[in-house]
Design a protein around this ligand. Structure first.
Ligand code: AGP
Length: 617
């Protein structure tokens, strides 16, 4: 399941059908591709679920109304495993018809658990990882243990990140929920109680909340809330009063979806890495459907995308060429189709698209396929057109991105490109297992390093204030710092409408340095030291612009003495190998653009003239 589904559970005197549907509507902003509810009436479990928007679910509820109920669960799904169909929508039920369950997160070991259950005669109806949990729960309660004890038992068996909420037709007073690495909050009412993935789902009924902790199970009735750990020991949640209004609740208390999504990046990166590097050191990209024999004979890679996705492709080129020694071109999708590109059956095309609906990218992908290329789509939206029409898919797990400006989608595209590059190197033997392991260790350490950049972002907010009146900003970088510079400039352009340009630092002397004058802000991404002569060349580029009066904003590794000395403003970065540095260097540039646009009073989430997905050419 996706990391960002909408979850609501209710038990109390109100009409559960109304509470569930309006709660799901409160979470529509999160983006989703299917929705469903389950209730219990007269000891009977009732489930209604549909792919598409909540309007489809309401249509279903018109045709097949639910009987009155005072307990139920509801879910909006953002698919990651299994395409968005009615069957794959939640809630999922156990074969014995007792349990309905909804889930947010990723159950990593479902592929090992599922055959074990099938061997016990359990018949599955969906392709989802979630159904494994529903079936396990059904078997547990059938053994006579209560729903809460059954939930604790299965939580000890499941690996991965999950929020689970379940009801049992034979115990219609009880909601049980569990969480590990995925949000769950209890809404405390008077003679009624709620559970949800975020407070937006119940804030119209109560602002008293209890945030659940890691590895906890909560048993909820109309007048009791009991929290334990997965072993049944009593545990505590964090009680608090929700002060946000509904609109702020949807943004988790942030002023913008974009800012919320910038701060979701550590989780988005770890979700994208989750389950793709097995314990025996093998990369396994399970959605890839191209035989390794085909991948072994690839003699050229063409990455095709637009906007920020294109910038991710530019970073990917450095990594893929370095690790696989395959020639890699990166093309703007709208240019690719009309330049009569050279494609053979040994060409691998990689399309990168958050929405999976970008017309330029989709058209380029079609053209490449017509020319006989194999196509891998890197996409954030399960079941979208581009992944559907590709030969293979590598999904990012950023969850829905609401802000028009790409942030967590961009960063998870980088992570997916690194994984794909390592996978190709593993398949072709151009990297040894221990070399791949070393890069994976660095990658797995990046969520914490991104969090560090987020925690230390106050100087970036001050910088936005001091540069508020700027008329133009330059961004410079070398190697992977160059695409990072392009991305920083795009962020600033598209949400603060301030002219900005990214350049390869080495290009300055070939023209752009004429732009440099007193006080012109120039951001420079400095590569880590120790890498051939890249570092010293960028340092001399900073001197060149500083000599002409530039206001230098230097992004450099903590402890980089040269970078620090030459910085009018220093943005220190955690240590990472050069090729992975964009994962941390991009973040202050996102925050800077978001803050400057906010200070200018613009609509950061819906910038003028732009759409989230450009489905026209
Ligand atoms: C980037 O901030 C913009 N939102 C835009 O450039 C975007 O990256 C581009 O339109 C590609 O969209 P896609 O990833 O959905 O294909």
């Amino acid at each position: 399941m996706g990391g960002m589904c909408g979850i609501i559970g209710y038990v109390g005197p109100r009409d559960a059908r109304e509470v569930l549907v309006s709660g799901l509507r409160r979470m529509e902003y999160r983006g989703y591709d299917s929705a469903g509810v389950a209730t219990i009436s007269d000891g009977e479990l009732q489930v209604r679920k549909k792919s598409g928007k909540i309007a489809n679910l309401c249509g279903e509820l018109e045709e097949r109304p639910l009987p009155e109920a005072h307990i139920g669960i509801g879910h909006t799904r953002w698919a990651t495993h299994g395409s968005p169909t009615d069957v794959n929508a939640h809630p999922h039920t156990s074969a014995n018809g007792r349990i309905a369950l909804i889930h947010n997160g990723i159950i990593e070991n479902f592929a090992t658990l599922k055959p074990m259950l099938e061997a016990q005669g359990v018949r599955f109806t969906s392709q989802t990882d979630t159904e494994v949990a529903a079936q396990l729960l059904g078997l547990e309660v059938a053994r006579g243990v209560g729903l809460a004890e059954a939930m604790r038992t299965i939580c000890r068996q499941l690996e991965g990140a999950f929020t689970l909420v379940a009801i049992d037709s034979e115990d219609p007073q009880l909601l049980v929920a569990a969480r590990r690495n995925s949000p769950l909050v209890v809404g405390v009412g008077e003679g009624e109680n709620f559970v949800a993935s975020d407070v937006a789902a119940f804030i119209e009924h109560t602002n008293r909340a209890i945030e659940m902790g890691q590895g906890q199970v909560v048993e909820v009735t109309t007048d009791s809330i009991t929290i334990t750990d997965f072993d049944g020991n009593p545990a505590q949640g964090r009680a608090y009063e929700v002060t946000w209004d509904v609109s702020a609740a949807e943004k988790g208390g942030y002023d913008w979806f974009m800012r919320k999504e910038i701060f979701e990046q550590p989780q988005a990166i770890s979700d994208t890495l989750l389950g793709r590097y097995s314990v025996n050191g093998e990369l396994q990209l399970d959605e890839l459907r191209i035989p390794v024999e085909r991948l072994r004979v690839i003699d050229k890679i063409i990455i095709i995308a637009c906007g920020s996705a294109y910038h991710a492709g530019l970073v990917a080129k450095y990594a893929i060429e370095h690790w696989t020694r395959i020639a890699c071109e990166v093309e703007i999708a709208s240019e690719f189709r009309y330049r009569d590109p050279i494609i053979t059956s040994d060409t691998l095309v990689i399309t990168i698209s958050q929405s999976g609906e970008t017309a330029d990218t989709r058209g380029a992908q079609e053209h490449a396929k017509e020319q006989g290329a194999k196509v891998i789509a890197i996409c954030n939206t399960v079941g979208a057109t581009i992944p559907r029409e590709a030969d293979a898919v590598l999904y990012t797990h950023a969850g829905p991105e609401i802000g028009v400006a790409s942030t967590k989608a961009f960063l998870t595209q980088l992570a997916a490109c690194y994984l794909l590059g390592l996978y190709l190197a593993q398949v072709r033997g151009t990297l040894y297992a221990d070399e791949i392991a070393a890069v994976m260790r660095d990658l797995e350490a990046t969520p914490a390093k991104i969090q560090q950049v987020l925690d230390d972002s106050a100087p970036v907010l001050d910088l936005a204030k001091s540069l508020l009146e700027s008329k133009s900003v330059l961004f410079l970088g070398r190697h992977v710092g160059y695409p990072t510079a392009l991305e920083g400039a795009l962020k600033l352009k598209e949400i603060s409408y301030l002219h900005a340009e990214g350049f390869p630092a080495g290009e300055l002397k070939h023209g752009p340095i004429a732009l440099v004058e007193e006080g012109l802000p120039v951001f420079v991404i400095v590569p880590p030291q120790g890498r051939d002569r890249l570092h010293e060349k960028v340092i001399s580029n900073i001197k060149e612009v500083q000599a002409r009066g530039a206001y230098t904003v230097v992004l450099a590794e903590q402890g980089d003495a040269d970078g620090t000395e030459l910085a009018d403003v220093l943005i220190p970065l955690p240590q990472l190998p050069t090729i992975l540095q964009p994962l941390v260097a991009s973040v202050p540039l996102q925050i800077f653009a978001c803050e400057l646009a906010t200070l200018r009073g613009y609509d950061v989430d819906q910038p003028r003239n732009l759409a989230k997905s450009v489905t026209v050419e």
